[in-house]
Design a protein around this ligand. Sequence first.
Ligand code: KIV
Ligand code: ZN
Length: 516
Amino acid sequence: MSENDLIRIFDTTMRDGEQSPGCSMNLVEKLTLARQLERLGVDVIEAGFPIASDGDFESVCAVAAAVRESVICGLARTSSEDIERAARALESAANPRIHTFIATSDIHMEHKLRMSREQVLEQVDRAVRQARGYCDDVEFSAEDATRSDADFLVQVFTVASEAGATTLNVPDTVGYTLPEEFSELIRLLRDRVPGAEKLVFAVHCHNDLGLAVANSLAAVRAGARQVECTVNGIGERAGNTSMEEVVMAVKTRRDSFAGLDTRIRTAEIYPASRMLSSIIGVAVQPNKAIVGDNAFAHEAGIHQDGVLKAPITYEIMTPQSIGRPSNELVMGKHSGRHAFRERLLELGFDLEGEEFQLAFRRFKDLADKKKTIFNEDIEAIVADTTIDRDERFAVKEVSVLSGTFAEPTATVELVIDGEAKKGSALGVGPVDAVFKVVAELTETKSDLLRFHVTAITGGMDALGEVSVTVSEDGRRVIGHGADPDIIVASAKAYVHALNKLVWHKLRRGVSEPKGI
Ligand code: KIV
Ligand code: ZN
């Protein structure tokens, strides 16, 4: 494939994706995801916004040190502090990129930046030159490009390119554009920005009108060669372009995207999707294209009959092509270490040493209680066992008394900073009682915003998964826990959320809350 036929996949799950409510990830989670993105073959990983907080800075540093194949990118506004901080965070990257941006629409310049066009042009020139002083790979984005004056946009991109930017990004920041309009804009920019043939034009679409993927594909037809996207389409408001949808559209409709391709190893798509869902505790909708539970389920009799005779009748791609493991190979109490490790790898988890042993022990314990272990059960075990050495709190024992004759009472033992602590409390229900003890023992004062319990797989012996949304000082986090006993799962979920709050507090940085 020639450079011109390559559609570069720029993944911003850890930056724009993380900006969606409840999708924040800690350092260990970001590293785990970054390794999966590298296995997936994404060209660029936008690892964070280093000036936003110390946590973001550390995450970009860690991802930059761990990932060797993909380009690692850090976001920066045009201020020199932002760019310097991004450059410092990327110091150990094998392939660093600084991504700097400023808004170019009259609406943003007047109401948000309070800057004239001339001032914005000066900022672009200065910021890109400064970034080029640190690395050769510099991307410039004109925020709100689709609502910007086209002549001004040409001027902005010309300045950015003359200052040394190698990738010019055209964001549809508010998800406003339409496919034909967007492809015209890309054509216009490629015609009018001097030296366009040596530059990579990128697009970054938001999904406010449900058009992010359509707009990105229209831009590719018009010559854009980098698509910015996220796993499962997470991101600000209605989300970003969904990586799996763009990649599979190009692959499945090769006839229509003649000669073009991505470097994505599509068999890693499903593991990446599941991994992200289990990290952030947000499942994709069942009918989500490519990775939703129903994406390959055939319910109607006529469809089932057709698929059994020849899958091509109703399947335009195979589940295997995106790495969906079959649930047919059932795991149970007779499955050994080897089978368990294989299934973990299929699901995108490469656990080693202590973590693997712990997960295997939990798998065996569950298999003693539950006849069939499904992939979802294994994902829950992994989410529950991945060791975060920074975690202050862990659940040791939980016991409750409740029902129609008893006043709900809970006794909980936690390990706090390595020391066991026990307490009891009454509550309006068993979960309330457990949460009261946990709050008392951890000396935390957070608000519980949402409590959600689901059976991970069918059957009376299903594993229960609890997700809680908790907030403290305006910071919202989601915690999850799984256990055959939903009260224990609730305690684990609550403690998981409190650990996330501690993590954010420890790394609270220069300009909270983060995001742009
Ligand atoms: O949506 C947007 O405009 C952005 C830019 C920083 C690229 O996220
Ligand atoms: Zn965005």
